[in-house]
Structure formats: C-alpha cells, structure tokens
Design a protein around this ligand. Sequence first.
Ligand SMILES: [Zn+2]
Length: 195
Amino acid sequence: MRRRAEILRSDSPAEYCASAESGRQPNRSDDGAFPPYTFAVRNRFMERAIQLSVDNVVQGRGGPFGAVIVRAHEIIAEGANSVTMRNDPTAHAEVTAIREACSKLGTFELRGCELYSSCEPCPMCLGAIYWAHLDRVYFAGNALDASQAGFSDAFIYREISRPPSARSIPMVQMMHSEALEAFRVWEKQPNKITY
Ligand SMILES: [Zn+2]
C-alpha cells in the first residue's frame, strides 16, 4: 500500500525551546520509516528554504517562497518562486524544486525524499507533491501568513469542493464518449509506463 504524504508544520521556536529543555525531538518518526534526521539537520534544511525565499525577493526574482528537496541527508534540489520572471503561473517554489529533483534523479517519482517549504503548499503544489509521491513535507509559514501577504489560496480550496459547473471559472464537459478512446488505447498498450 502506498504511503500517503505527510504534511507537517515546521516546529515553532516555542516548540524548539520546549523540546530542547526536555531533550525531546519534535516530529521524530516513530515507525523508523523515515531517515533519522535530527532536529538540527531538519532546521538546516528549512533554513535553506527560508533563505531562498528571502533571497528571491531581494533579488527581484519572484514571490517570497523557497523550497528544497532532501534525500539521504542531502539537498538534491532547490526551488524559488519565479512566476513573474518566467511568465509562468505554475513556477511555484515547490513545483520548481520537484521538477529539478526529478530531472536530476531521472525519475518521475520522489519516494524516499522530503520537501521543506518556506510556506504551506498551495493546492497546485499539494497536487504535485502527491503525484511525486514525496515521503513527507515540512513547512514554516502557513496559508494565513501567505494570505496576509496577498497570496490567498483559500478560494482554490473552496473551488475544488464545488461541482465543476458551480466554479467561478466555468468548466463544461463535452465530447465524453470520443475522449474515452484514449483510455481504451491505454488499456491495450502493452509497453505503457504506469505512474
Ligand atoms: Zn504552490
């Protein structure tokens, strides 16, 4: 059975102080399925993601978002928001990092990898995270922080829950039976690569 990706908020300074005093490691995996990253190591990964988000704004490259992907204790890919620089509305930090990681590893799946994002993923990036089968996600800022900075994605979550015909961008189904031909060909295709 496939593991569902876990979305975890990065530990707050208050949690860090409490855990430092008690010797407890926040967010430590109990099942042993995840790499035994220490709290300090995870902090270093998140610090890099946050640094990318700040540098991105200072350098005028895009929105205040950064992300890194980690495998086997190493950052294998980095991403920062470049929507305005690339004229690409999909160029969010997480998607950019996922693309780079998959390209470097020569794969379309990122099992065994973790993503550290400076902010809670939007619905598009959340979808990409699930399609990529990442093991776990840490984020620092949350959706409310992003909303207060002018990056609200709550309306997209609301749109997802609505039927297509009731969404603010009209979605109209057409040529249903004709479209099924692609699925029939797919089912018969002997050399297909499933994902
Ligand atoms: Zn996003």
